[in-house]
Design a protein around this ligand. Structure first.
Ligand SMILES: C[S@@+](CC[C@H](N)C(=O)[O-])C[C@H]1O[C@@H](n2cnc3c(N)ncnc32)[C@H](O)[C@@H]1O
Length: 244
């Protein structure tokens, strides 16, 4: 595991309490908008604001890093302790435990929806020698840059700034493991047909379903080409684990 980027991050947050990056990725003084930001910083917390769209809050004592979007300040997109990516609560913990207990094959992995990369970093921390590559697809360009600059811990983790539904079209690569963590409206019949095409036999696919309209979608129907291994609700997350 290469920790160069994380070291860069911890050096930066030692120096400042509030860090604002402008559109050119230069550190500058907080803008007016930023000063109005509703998050109440605790004493030991540092906040990084990226072009006013994305906030990273880092707790210098606990080493917990959290990522928020400006338009949905109550929802944590991604969070982890930067000294141990495998300590989690909730759905990511559940999914990781499943991988460990069931000795899931992890040679070629695909993560759809990166956030700041809890899943890829936890997989590398725990299973580096079993992993050949982890392809991660993220729609948000700023997040891709943030992850590559500060949080990517391995050359095996490749980031693609693309819509997941486009990335999976006409791929010839086959995956052993997938983690799908994007809004549920993207996960349609057509989407799952394309997922089927890029899955190896016995591939384990973990899906976090969350978002508006979730109760109206019949996922048993959408996953009908797969075997549903288990389904569990954790907080507001509906987790399906399926296989081919
Ligand atoms: C809950 S976060 C993912 C957390 C992540 N799995 C982790 O390990 O920390 C959801 C992410 O999906 C991204 N996203 C939303 N729609 C997407 C799409 N159509 N394609 C790719 N990424 C998408 C969001 O920008 C956000 O970063």
């Amino acid at each position: 595991m290469n920790k160069n980027n994380l070291n860069k991050f911890t050096e930066l947050v030692k120096k400042y309490k509030i860090i604002y990056f402008d559109n050119n990725w230069k550190i500058s003084f907080p803008s007016e908008n930023f000063i109005k930001y509703p998050y109440k910083l605790k004493n030991e917390e540092v906040i990084l604001s990226f072009t006013n769209n994305i906030y990273i809050v880092y707790n210098t004592k606990t080493k917990l890093v959290k990522c928020f979007f400006n338009n949905d300040i109550d929802y944590v997109q991604s969070e982890y302790f930067i000294n141990d990516f495998t300590i989690n609560n909730g759905y990511i913990d559940y999914c990781l435990k499943y991988v460990i207990l069931n000795k899931v094959r992890l040679s070629n992995c695909l993560i759809l929806g990166l956030g700041i990369g809890n899943i890829p970093n936890a997989l590398i921390q725990k299973f580096n020698s079993k992993i050949n590559l982890i392809d991660c697809v993220e729609i948000n360009k700023t997040l891709c840059i943030i992850y590559e600059t500060f949080f990517n811990i391995s050359k095996k983790i490749k980031i693609y700034n693309e819509k997941a539904e486009i990335f999976i079209l006409n791929k010839s690569k086959l995956y052993d493991y997938m983690f799908i963590d994007i809004p549920c409206f993207v996960i349609t019949n057509k989407f799952m047909k394309n997922i089927y095409k890029i899955s190896k036999k016995n591939c384990i696919i973990q899906i976090n379903l969350i978002g508006v309209g979730i109760n109206k979608i019949d996922f048993n129907k959408i996953f009908r080409d797969f075997i549903i291994i288990t389904r569990k609700i954790i907080d507001e997350n509906n987790i399906y684990i399926i296989t081919k």
